[in-house]
Design a protein around this ligand. Structure first.
Ligand code: UD1
Ligand code: MG
Length: 451
């Protein structure tokens, strides 16, 4: 039997006014990744699995993000916000292609697990017309209630339209659904807007399916997975849920963390074997940490590749484009940006290395700064293998320090230095014996009250 095809439609036309932000709601981030990207990552992809995203008017940024994450995603604009069924039908053109399974998910429900889509699709294969993801809500206020008889789903009643008795039901609609793709348009086109809000409710699909004599099914999950985000408080709660999940996964993969609750991960952080992360480390997106590396406390790491047995921090800042080779050491108060540091090289304290390449086993002394910016452009610094940069040196880019070269402390390097050369730029020191005492005596004399 050939695999069933699917179309996932992500509804993301929400205004998100309660976020109190100029950023569209689904672009807010959880673990360094937009909510929309989380949802898209969980949807079936590859092969015969297509994706469509429905956005609101003036949501070019949402379209851009959808295309960035899923270049093949089709995007549709819902020009008026007339309800979830109306939003889904904005993607009519994609639905009309008649994939076997039509999956619907909200863009503001970012914690949905990939496996849930497989569970939702299973009953369709056995002839169900519709499956709905349900959960037991601690507080069901505001959610659509699932009205079931035995294991048959009869209807979904929106909170505003529910009777007192129906409001006592705690089994709620998570908003994620799967429909028989071949009959989806027939069902969706029958949905009207005769309810308390005057909206086209997707949830009415359930009773329509019943009228057509076809079965609808509930698949249950836990409340955490289907949290919807409408406010910054809910965003922060979802972040916690996601962080716990990522920390557990890292621990299970063998990462050592003495205080995992103080370590913040990104959804795409990857670890090799025997990695240690000390307390209070923050990872942004795009970080990989290879075998045996140690990340010491209070380090902030974004867009960096960390090599085997490297040591980072405490108090290190690695910015995008950092590539640390094996056995490198980046110590306290060192910032690295867009720079490759080759095997065994060290910058142990107080340095800025930007737009640079540091060769194997080079040593960067404390207080070394690459002056990479002239107010207009960025320039590169090249430091050869085995070079020694004395403390408190300024390397004014573009500049090249040769292999094995030696830079005397306190130098301002404005010209290239050949291999194995010494470069030192320093004004002559003056030492005047007795000068300080004479100076002091004169000052004290002048201060005496005049008789
Ligand atoms: C919806 C469900 C409810 C469920 C709840 C779960 C309906 C009618 N109700 O209610 O049963 O318990 O979600 O959170 O489906 N959207 C659009 N265009 C629209 C309207 C909505 O794109 O015209 C999008 C929103 O951006 C959002 C999603 O659809 O992502 C749900 O809309 P929302 O207004 O939040 O529905 P709820 O009242 O929460
Ligand atoms: Mg909602």
């Amino acid at each position: 039997m050939t695999a069933r095809t699917s179309l996932t439609v992500v509804l993301a036309a929400g205004e998100g006014t309660r976020m109190r932000s100029s950023l569209p709601k689904v672009l807010h981030q959880i673990a360094g990744r937009s909510m929309l990207a989380h949802v898209l990552a969980a949807t079936p992809h590859g092969g015969g699995n297509a994706v469509a995203v429905v956005v609101g008017p003036d949501h070019q940024k949402v379209i851009d993000e959808a295309k960035r994450v899923s270049p093949n995603a089709a995007t549709f604009v819902q020009s008026e916000r007339l309800g979830t069924a109306h939003a889904l039908l904005a993607a009519r053109q994609a639905i009309a292609k008649g994939a076997d399974d039509l999956l619907i998910v909200f863009g503001d429900t970012p914690l949905i697990d990939e496996s849930t889509f497989a569970r939702l699709r299973a009953p369709l294969k056995d002839g169900a017309a519709l499956t709905v993801l349900g959960f037991r809500a601690k507080d069901p206020t505001g959610y659509g209630r699932l009205l079931v008889q035995g294991n048959k789903l009869i209807a979904i009643r929106e909170h505003g339209d529910a009777s007192e008795a129906e409001r006592k039901i705690t089994l709620c609609n998570a908003g994620v659904m799967a429909m028989d793709g071949k009959s989806a348009l027939k069902i969706l086109d029958r949905i009207g807007n005769g309810n308390s809000k005057g909206e086209y409710y997707l949830t009415d699909a359930v009773s329509i399916v019943g009228e057509l004599g076809r079965p609808a099914v509930v698949i249950e999950t836990n409340e955490d997975e289907v949290r919807g985000i409408n406010t910054k408080s809910q965003l922060a709660e979802a972040e916690q849920v996601m962080q716990d999940k990522l920390r557990k996964a890292a621990l299970e993969a063998g990462v050592t963390m003495t205080a995992p609750e103080t370590v913040f991960l990104a959804a795409d952080t990857t670890f090799g074997r025997d990695v240690t992360i000390e307390p209070f480390v923050v990872f942004g997106p795009g970080v990989s940490v290879a075998d045996g590396a140690v990340i010491h406390s209070f380090s902030n790491i974004v867009g960096a590749k960390i090599g085997k047995n490297a040591s980072v921090g405490p108090y290190a800042r690695l910015r995008p484009g950092t590539v640390l080779g094996d056995d490198t050491r980046i110590g306290n108060f060192v910032e690295v940006k867009a720079a490759s540091i080759d095997k065994g090289a060290k910058a142990n304290h107080l340095a800025y290395i930007g737009d640079s390449h540091v060769g194997e086993s080079a040593n960067i002394g404390a207080g070394t700064i690459t002056c990479n910016y002239d107010g207009f452009d960025k320039h590169r610094t090249e430091i050869g293998a085995g070079a020694f940069i004395g403390t408190n040196s300024s390397l004014v880019a573009p500049v090249k320090i040769g292999k094995g070269a030696y830079i005397g402390s306190g130098s301002v390097v404005t010209r290239d230095v050949p291999d194995d050369a010494l470069m030192v730029e320093r004004s002559e020191a003056a030492v005047r014996p007795g000068w300080a005492k004479k100076f002091r005596d004169m000052k004290l004399l002048n201060r005496k009250p005049k008789a």
